[in-house]
Design a protein around this ligand. Structure first.
Ligand code: SF4
Ligand code: MG
Length: 330
C-alpha cells in the first residue's frame, strides 16, 4: 500500500513559564493512502498537538512531515496553500469550531472561496451537494450553528472539511463530545465518506475501544511519544507494550464469564508532567515491568515484528537478550 504521509522524528515543544513542555517528542510513523490510523492516548499525551503539527497548524520544533513526498514544514506559501487543500481537520468540539455568526452556507462557502473553487450558482449548488453528502438538507444552508444538534454540527464541520476535496483528514476526537447514540452515526458517515472519496484519516481518540472498529492500524501515545503501533487486530490480540496491555485490560469484555476471570492491570500513580518527563522510558514510573535499564536508556522505536512497532526494552535484544517471541507470552 502506497505511503501518503511520512512523519519523521517529529517534535513539538512549547515554552511555558520558564519551562519547556515536550508535547510531542520524536515520533516516527507512516500513514498509508486510504487507511484509517487510530491514535489513542490519555488527555495531555500530545495526540492533538501531534495532529496539528502534522498539518502545520503548529510549527514543528524538529523533525519533518512529508505529504506525498513534499515537506510540509518547509513548504513556501504557495505550496502550503495547496497542502492546506489536501490536508484538513475535523475538530472535537464542532460548536467551538463553527463561527456562531455565520450561516452554514457562509461556513462552507468560506472554504470554497479561500481556494476559489466555485462562484455564483455553482457555489450554491456545491454547498447543497456537500450538505447532502453529510446527511443534511439543502434548506439547512441558511441556518446558524446554534440551530443544530451536536451531531448535526459535527456534520457541518465535516462538510466544511470536505469542501476543498482533501486527501487526508486529521479527525481530532470527532465523536468524544457527542452523545453515545450519535457517535456511531458520525463514525459510519466518516466511513462512508472514506470509501466514496478515497480519504485517508488520522483518527484521534482517548480510548482503544473507540477506534477499534474504524482503524486499520492503531498507534498508542504516552507522554509525547508513540509507545506502540500495529495493525488493529494485532494490537488488540497481542499488545507488546506494557502501557497498551494495561489500556486493553481496562476495556470491559461483554461476556461476564470471561470478564470475571480476567486480570486487570492497574497502573500506579498519575501521568508525569510533560515539562519534566522521567529519564529513560517515559512510562517507567508506572510500568509493572520496569527494570534498571528503563531509567537510564530511552527505548528505541523499532519494528519488533513486521508492521508491529514498539518502544520498550523488553523487546530490545541488546538490553534484554530476549526474543520477541518469548516476550509475547509476558
Ligand atoms: Fe516498561 Fe521499561 Fe518497557 Fe518502559 S522500557 S515500558 S519501563 S519495560
Ligand atoms: Mg485533545
Amino acid at each position: 500500500q502506497e505511503i501518503l504521509l511520512e512523519v519523521r522524528n517529529l517534535q513539538k515543544y512549547f515554552n511555558v513559564g520558564g519551562g519547556v513542555v515536550k508535547a510531542v517528542s520524536d515520533v516516527t510513523f507512516d500513514v498509508k493512502r486510504g487507511e484509517t490510523l487510530g491514535v489513542v492516548g490519555e488527555s495531555g499525551c500530545g495526540k492533538s498537538t501531534m495532529g496539528r503539527t502534522i498539518l502545520r497548524l503548529y510549527e514543528a520544533t524538529g523533525g519533518e512531515v512529508l505529504f506525498e513526498g513534499k515537506d510540509v514544514h518547509r513548504a513556501n506559501p504557495r505550496e502550503l496553500k495547496k497542502l492546506r487543500r489536501d490536508m484538513q481537520m475535523i475538530f472535537q468540539d464542532p460548536y467551538a469550531s463553527l463561527n456562531p455568526r455565520m450561516t452554514v452556507a457562509d461556513i462552507i462557502g468560506e472554504a470554497l472561496d479561500l481556494h476559489r473553487l466555485a462562484t455564483g450558482a455553482k457555489r450554491r449548488e456545491r454547498i447543497q451537494e456537500l450538505l447532502h453528502l453529510v446527511g443534511l438538507k439543502p434548506d439547512h444552508m441558511n441556518r446558524f450553528p446554534h440551530e443544530f444538534s451536536g451531531g448535526q454540527r459535527q456534520r457541518i464541520g465535516i462538510a466544511r472539511a470536505l469542501a476543498v476535496e482533501p486527501k487526508f483528514i486529521v479527525c481530532d476526537e470527532p465523536i468524544s463530545a457527542l452523545d453515545v447514540s450519535i457517535q456511531a452515526q458520525v463514525v459510519n458517515l466518516l466511513g462512508e465518506l472514506q470509501d466514496k472519496m478515497g480519504l485517508t484519516y488520522l483518527f484521534i481518540a482517548h480510548d482503544l475501544s473507540m477506534v477499534k472498529h474504524i482503524s486499520d492500524r492503531v498507534a498508542v501515545m504516552y507522554l509525547g511519544k508513540i509507545a506502540e503501533l500495529a495493525e488493529g487486530e494485532t494490537l488488540y490480540a497481542n499488545p507488546l507494550h506494557p502501557y497498551t496491555q494495561a489500556l486493553l485490560s481496562a476495556i470491559p469484555i461483554p461476556d461476564p464469564e470471561v470478564e470475571r476471570k480476567r486480570q486487570r492491570i492497574v497502573l500506579k500513580g498519575d501521568v508525569p508532567s510533560p515539562m519534566n518527563p522521567p529519564s529513560g522510558c517515559h512510562f517507567r514510573t508506572r510500568c509493572p515491568h520496569a527494570m534498571e535499564a528503563c531509567a537510564k536508556v530511552e527505548p528505541v522505536w523499532r519494528e519488533a515484528e513486521p508492521g508491529h512497532f514498539v518502544a520498550c526494552h523488553l523487546y530490545d535484544r541488546n538490553v534484554m537478550g530476549a526474543s520477541v517471541r518469548k516476550m509475547n507470552h509476558l
